[in-house]
Design a protein around this ligand. Sequence first.
Ligand code: HEM
Length: 542
Amino acid sequence: SKIRRAFARLPCVKGVFLLGNVQELTGFSKHKHTFEALQRTGYLCGLRVAGLRFVQVGDPVIAHELMQISDTADKGWLYSVFERLTSKNVPSIFSSPTNSYWKSIRKGVAPAFNGGNLRQGFSRLNDLLPAVLEHIRQVGTGKSVNIESIASRVTMDAIHLAIFGKTRGCVERVSEDTKPEMGIVLQDAFDVIAAIAPAPWLLNFTFLPAINKAARAVKRLHAQNQELIRDLRASDPPSSSLGAHLLSLHDSKTGQLLGDHQLEAELGTFFGAGFETSTIAIGWALYSIATHLKVQQKVAAELQQHNLLASPAEPKPRALEWDDLGKLEYLRNVIKESMRLYPVVAGGTLRALKKDTKLGPYPLAAGTAISIHFYSIHRNPAYWDHATEFLPERWNVPNADFVQPKAGMAAGNVKPDDISADVKHEAEMSSKPNREGARGARPSDGINAEELWKPDKSAKISQERSPVRRFMPFSSGLRNCVGQNLANTTVLTFVATMCSHFHVDLAPEMGGPEGVEKITTLALTLHVKGGLRLNFTPRSQA
Ligand code: HEM
């Protein structure tokens, strides 16, 4: 009742009688409706649906307070629903509160994503792409492809490479024009979670046909995860791989190596967190390029500058190399801008207050559930000029990931080189070399994938307080995405290769950007219902 009383003082948006804000919290376009609610209420408001109450935050400064290493808030109870996806409701790196278990897993797996290891695995990732290029050529000019079906085969194999050091052969069957079987199982189970998130107990009512279908999807995922563990135990993954790291992890409570249920939770999490997200990020990046001709021309010019662009005179340009990723600055900015306007995890992250806390002017009670809405933060006009326009150039400014100091901000208190605790921590957590990584990941070892997304990581922040992040497609603070270097590398490699070989257009049947907008929906991810269709015209054609 304390939560309820405090909640009642928040600006709220009128909802449906008894049910509440169904449109903002459960509707097809809930990302837009929540954003509109936040716009009307000063970027902090209370929304409720069927007895559940959420404080929505669309202001990066307030979000910053909540996502820091403070004891203000932690991952909330809603994350336990993800544990339904693994057997026995075991916590994982994703669902666990920020405790010693989480810390031991995070520290243990982070090195698998460091620059040295990604660099080592790059050529195998890159080797996946010729089959994709060939498939698109075979489809032919004037016919559209579902880019998510195609990209998902690469992202699935890329995650397999990261875990097992080998692919699952998904790209080999790219001509099937569907997502790989394993991805379909994952997606079905995640659809269940998105639908029943606030009421996971619903899964017990298996006598209802819809729930029965959902329960079967979750069961299939459990079986799939168990098969992955058997594979992992039977194979001998390279010591730099994520799989080897997982196999050598100890439970901080028992001191024992992780058991099967824990491994299942972790493996399921890595596939669940990395597959759909990376796939859709590729889709949004190519959509943005396809719908902005001048941007596409600039991307092509940059590729040409590095001899990576196909043309009638040069139908087979040289293959992309690891070092190119560091040089394609404009394309990286294009991808960042697409992640700003279309953050895959648009609904953001959830926190529960650990103690009574004032958010902005509103005192809230311990236990209050807070939703940090990335979509709104990324479009909040108080923090972004021309917030709804697609402007890759905005990323040319140093430290553009962070709230820019405004005139009148305590300029006298500038502390040069002050990197905030969480940024330092992020860097430490993700860059400690592992045993083999120590060989592969020396700082002098050429371009490190972690450095690719400058100015963020190497930011020299000069603000009085720790820097406030306004760009957070991978979340922010300690609980940010541990796989973001792999994601960024996969997305950039895929998009660069496609743009090297093809001119990309939005397929006419999508009905232009307006048509795409109409069928864009937010479940767990912000995606185009039914998939995004694009036309590819080979640049080698005259
Ligand atoms: C473009 C692709 C991706 C996006 C946009 C993305 C985004 C995110 C976000 C927003 C979070 C925080 C979620 C929350 O707080 O509820 C997160 C966490 C996480 N992501 Fe990603 N992710 C991507 C790719 C990946 C990949 C490729 C992997 C690994 C294979 C991965 C593994 C994880 C894990 C394990 C966590 C939990 C980290 C922790 O709590 O310590 N993600 N991701």
